[in-house]
Write a protein that binds this ligand. Structure first.
Ligand code: NA7
Length: 548
């Protein structure tokens, strides 16, 4: 038996994606001795795992990166960044800032147990290490626990099966009959890419809820645009971080009813032509997400586009949603028009559900059988708190965080801290801001860094020999207030009113309904942080114990 290796660091960060890398960078600035572990064999997080064809961030390229990393100029050639470019970018960040020497790859968190006397975490990893740290920061990702559908017979299928978030390198689908289950952000991207590539023999989208999708408007940036962005790069960020969505759009303050009915279409058309779903949803009118009439008008506009685009009326009918336009806003690079190709087909699972998979493919409820060589699951994730289901994290009470959340529903204070779990911080935990992720992540990593600096400083004021180990934790009441606030803030949103949305935990069987985000967005979130700090870190409790 191998003797476990015992290690001591100031902090351990779990995850080396956007969140973990920046948290490392920040804590190292505090002079801390930091270790990072990640299950993957490289840094990159989401962009390490999601290597399916067509993977793209739907944030414009100049805002899907770190604001502080201006060592290199903004060089993206296009308006959007594709998955491989983001992966390369994050690897470059790790190299440029010499982060790799702190990072141990192919190493997973197994368990973390809080020691109330030493105010430290004892962590075990998949490499049999026992790591003792004062601070544990989990940057596990918002969307990392894969969701497979529970359709009978999947193991019977003898062809190839892949989930988009575990995409094998160099997968060749030439001449294959491919079925894709799911048509969220991922499904829409992968369907569009495979159909455009045109190598597959057949492509069938198995669709439960049709989606409203808006053109992304991807194109090459002009030299002028790149020069302008670089010239004002540091000035761009404050207003982005101050906005709700942090998508670089001007968010509308005008309700649709304030504009004459005959002028409304022109507003929607302009955003449609410019591209980007967040622009379409948030910069046209202020109330698309909560006013039913405004929502219906925006939805109807998209339905008309679908009918104009898709020539076969039967396919168009299946592709047209009737529910409110209130899922994660999607954009695409020519999704609907792919269905004009003969080899691209669609099955509406609402009308004809999958009865079961079999050796050769699947059988639908009406008795028809479809033969397939490959099944692609674009079925999403057990989002947010789901990322914590494969690990054990025991706080003060000895209760594992996932069990605690099963009882109470996933909750936290500001998306970063949980009562009874001192010195544990999360990046993108439950109830964080609903916004473009890189600036949301930066905000949280900075908040966590400030919390830790505050606790460390407090300890030195308690003990001039600086041997006292601080514990910083959030008060139950502060966490409850924040949870209530998140619930209230989403109360009027139409996003709450649709089925199976991951944003409310409803895509996973048995998961409690809860608002997993702070809907007012990043700007409001940042103002709340300022207010909390101005009130003497209201909500946080400090104490000291004695370090070993
Ligand atoms: P999503 O948005 O959760 O989409 C998952 C898709 O898979 C969606 O179309 C689901 O249909 C479908 N799904 C899930 N389970 C099943 C079963 N059992 N049968 C048929 N279809 C199923 O995940 P994505 O990966 O696309 O995107 C996640 C986020 O990543 C996205 O919002 C961006 O922020 C980035 P449903 O709509 O529930 O009927």
């Amino acid at each position: 038996e191998i003797e476990p290796r015992r290690l001591t660091h100031d902090a351990l960060i779990v995850g080396a994606g956007f969140g973990g890398l920046y948290q490392l960078y920040k804590l190292r600035q505090l002079g801390m001795d930091v270790k990072v572990i990640d299950t993957a064999s490289d840094v990159g997080g989401t962009w390490y795992w999601n290597r399916y064809p067509g993977a793209m961030s739907d944030t414009e390229s100049y805002l899907y990166r770190y604001s502080w990393d201006d060592d290199d100029l903004f060089t993206s050639p296009n308006r959007y960044v594709m998955g491989p470019e983001i992966f390369t970018y994050l690897r470059g960040v790790a190299d440029r800032h010499d982060l790799r020497r702190h990072i141990e790859l192919e190493t997973s968190l197994v368990s973390a147990v809080y020691d109330e006397h030493l105010n430290s975490w004892t962590v075990t990893t998949s490499r049999d290490q026992i790591i003792t740290v004062r601070y544990l920061i989990t940057a596990l990702g918002l969307l990392s626990k894969i969701n497979y559908p529970d359709i009978p017979g999947i193991p019977d299928f003898q062809g190839e099966k892949y989930h988009t978030a575990a995409w094998p390198e160099n997968l060749d689908l030439t001449n294959k009959r491919v079925g894709i289950i799911g048509n969220g952000s991922t499904g829409v991207q992968v369907i569009t890419a495979l159909a455009k590539e045109g190598k597959v023999q057949r492509l069938i989208s198995f669709q439960r809820h049709p989606q409203y999708s808006v053109p992304a408007g991807n194109r090459a940036l002009t030299e002028r645009e790149r020069v302008d962005i670089n010239a004002s790069y540091q000035d761009i960020w404050p207003s982005v971080k101050d906005s709700a969505t942090a998508f670089g759009i001007t968010e509308s303050l005008t309700p649709m009813a304030a504009i004459a009915p005959e002028k409304r279409k022109a507003v929607l058309q302009k955003a449609w032509d410019e591209g980007n779903a967040f622009r379409y949803m948030f910069s046209t009118f202020a109330d698309i997400t909560y006013n039913e009439d405004a929502n219906e008008a925006a939805a109807d506009f998209i339905r008309e586009k679908i009918r104009e685009t898709v020539k076969d009326p039967e396919k168009a009918r299946k592709l047209c949603p009737s529910e409110p336009y209130a899922r994660r806003p999607l954009c695409d690079s020519g999704y609907y028009e792919q269905f004009n190709k003969d080899f691209v087909d669609i099955v509406s699972l609402k009308e004809n559900p999958i009865a079961k998979f079999n050796e050769r493919g699947l059988a639908l409820q009406d008795g028809s059988e479809i033969e397939l060589d490959v099944i692609i699951f674009a079925t999403g994730f057990d989002a947010v708190d789901g990322s914590y289901k494969n690990v054990t994290i025991k706080g003060r009470s000895g209760i594992d965080l996932k069990d605690h959340w099963r009882e109470t529903g996933p909750a936290s204070f500001m998306g970063i801290a949980v009562a009874q779990y001192p010195n544990l911080f999360m990046i993108l935990g439950p109830n964080g801001p609903f916004a473009n992720n890189p600036p949301a992540i930066e905000t949280q990593a900075e908040l966590i860094t400030d919390c830790i600096a505050y606790a460390e400083h407090f300890a030195t004021t308690q003990d001039k020999h600086a041997v006292a180990a601080p514990a910083i934790e959030v008060a139950e009441e502060a966490e409850q207030n924040w949870t209530d606030l998140c619930d209230q803030a989403s109360a009027n949103s139409l996003f709450r009113k649709i089925d199976s949305s991951w944003i409310f935990g409803q895509n996973i069987k048995g998961k409690r309904f809860s608002s997993l985000f702070y809907f007012p967005g990043l700007g409001e979130y940042r103002r709340r942080i300022q207010e909390m700090k101005a009130n003497g870190w209201a909500g946080f409790l400090l104490s000291v114990g004695h370090a070993a």
